[in-house]
Design a protein around this ligand. Structure first.
Ligand code: ACK
Length: 224
């Protein structure tokens, strides 16, 4: 028999269960709606300005024109094996064992920047076993950020922005927080998105959820 290599996916990750995906999309809309209506946000539209539009009004739902077809938290981007280390990742016992298993993801914050809107995922010890050791260094080679800091769910991107940007934006928040910057407390949200809103300059907004959102997911590969 010939030795056949396993097919490598575009990426490995945790894929949200349909009902929880629907819920999170609604929550994301609620977040953008409440953010857009925040006085402090209306006063700080400049980083989001797209030229000719009204300086005091912005429809964030339209601004984040694109949303992923499948909400997920990427663990390893493989590009069907073109990315170095993909094969090694796929061969790990932990990865093989986790494949097609169910996991609960814990979302601690929602954030929006002029480029992306996303959810911060707090990985459990079990989930961290599936997290590549170089994920953070890839983006911020000079910094030592906690393992799993990049874990996120992309909820939307502005026109011409790629999904990969969401994790990069999240690391920017984490880096600022690590350096002792708390962000400016500029308001509160209520209902399903209850929590404190912090502003980090350059149009970077983060909502710390007073109650973490839990979503069910399946660890798998995406081959589309
Ligand atoms: O939102 P994401 O995590 O960002 O989910 C998508 C997924 O893979 C399919 O495109 C992520 N992605 C794309 N390119 C990269 C990359 N170079 N490194 C890490 N993740 C990536 C993208």
């Amino acid at each position: 028999p010939t030795l056949e290599k396993d097919l490598l996916p575009l990426y490995f990750g945790w894929f949200l269960a349909k009902r929880d995906e629907d819920y999170l999309r609604k929550t994301s809309h609620e977040f953008l709606e409440q953010l857009g209506n925040l006085k402090a946000f209306k006063k700080r539209l400049q980083p989001f300005s797209v030229g000719s539009e009204d300086k005091h009004k912005l429809d964030l739902m339209k601004y984040f024109a694109k949303s992923p077809n499948i909400l997920h938290c990427t663990s390893k981007f493989c590009d069907y094996g073109k990315i170095v280390g993909s094969e090694e990742y796929a061969q790990q016992e932990a990865v093989k064992k986790a494949y097609s298993k169910g996991y609960t993801l814990h979302l601690s914050a929602l954030f929006a920047t002029p480029r992306t809107v996303g959810a911060q995922v707090e990985l459990t010890a079990d989930q961290l076993l599936l997290w590549p050791s170089d994920a953070e260094k890839e983006v911020m080679p000079k910094d030592t950020l906690p393992r799993g800091s990049r874990a996120h769910i992309t909820l939307g991107t502005a026109a011409d922005v790629q999904d990969v940007q969401t994790g990069i934006d999240l690391l920017e928040f984490v880096k600022l927080q690590q350096s002792g910057k708390e962000g400016e407390n500029l308001g509160e949200m209520s209902g399903s998105v209850a929590g404190k809103v912090s502003y980090y300059d350059n149009g970077m907004w983060m909502l710390n959820l007073s109650q973490k959102i839990e979503v069910r997911s399946i660890f798998s590969g995406y081959y589309g």
